[in-house]
Design a protein around this ligand. Structure first.
Ligand code: ADP
Ligand code: MG
Length: 232
């Protein structure tokens, strides 16, 4: 398993009130698998993804990501694990507006200093791979939503992550751009073996994943179903 959660819960407290937004959720994602997290708005999907990626801390329960128990790690250790093993894609792309497409893709690598020529070549290849070879020096404002999300995909893959989390990656895109972005995510999964965990309320998209987790009111409402085969 690249990712396991065991009885994972998140409770927000304000004064005397406690709001349980994630209630003892256990999921398992095998290496190189594709998993969809589905459920109505407010059901805890983004919360679950944030906990799994080590962006947020659980109230109780455990996340084991790439063999490491997140509850035993401090902030620096979790940041290190994220940099080594994890990619993340958001609904609103989250590109840096003052950087070109190429520079955005290089951002994760620049934490360790100036990118070497090998990394720059890899960034250019990835941008070509997502169909943006003619747009590498464009700024986000000069790109369509779908193109911006493809830059975000290239950025997420620059470190060859073992697992990629995507929170409604097509939520802000029209149908045609959505399809391109979806296909790219699944293609890159097949080519690179990066496990894909994506949040969506698009059931059509969820069907493309080999595993589906259904959330409602912070709880998993499906049983521990066996992974079904992907229709190709
Ligand atoms: P989803 O992504 O499925 O729409 P979320 O995980 O974003 O759901 O939110 C689940 C619930 O947790 C919602 O009711 C939301 O209002 C609540 N919530 C999220 N973040 C916080 C927070 N920082 N403080 C209090 N409640 C929160
Ligand atoms: Mg959400």
């Amino acid at each position: 398993m690249i990712l396991t959660t065991d009885q994972l819960s998140k409770v927000y407290r304000s004064g005397e009130h406690a709001l349980t937004v994630l209630d003892q959720v256990s999921i398992q994602v095998p290496a190189s698998a594709t998993a969809a997290i589905v459920g109505p708005s407010g059901s805890g999907k983004t919360t679950l993804l944030g906990l799994c990626a080590g962006l947020d801390r659980a109230s109780s329960g455990e996340v084991v990501l790439d063999g490491q128990k997140l509850s035993t790690m401090n902030e620096d250790e979790r940041a290190g694990l994220r940099a080594r093993s994890v990619g993340f894609i958001f609904q609103n792309f989250q590109l840096m507006p003052t950087l070109t497409a190429l520079e955005n893709v290089l951002v994760p690598g620049e934490i360790q200093g100036r990118p070497c020529s090998h990394t720059i070549r890899r960034a250019e290849e990835l941008l070509g791979r997502v169909g943006l070879d003619k747009r590498i020096h464009h700024y986000p404002s000069q790109l369509s939503g779908g193109e911006q999300q493809r830059v975000a995909i290239a950025r997420a893959f620059i470190h060859q992550p073992k697992i990629l989390f995507a929170d409604e990656p097509t939520g802000n895109l029209d149908e045609e751009a959505s399809e391109l972005v979806e296909n790219m995510l699944f293609e890159l999964n097949r080519e690179s073996g990066t496990a894909l965990v994506l949040v969506t309320h698009d059931l059509e998209l969820a069907r493309k994943a080999s595993i589906t987790f259904h959330l409602k009111g912070g709880k998993r409402i499906d049983s521990n179903q066996a992974p079904k085969h992907r229709d190709v």
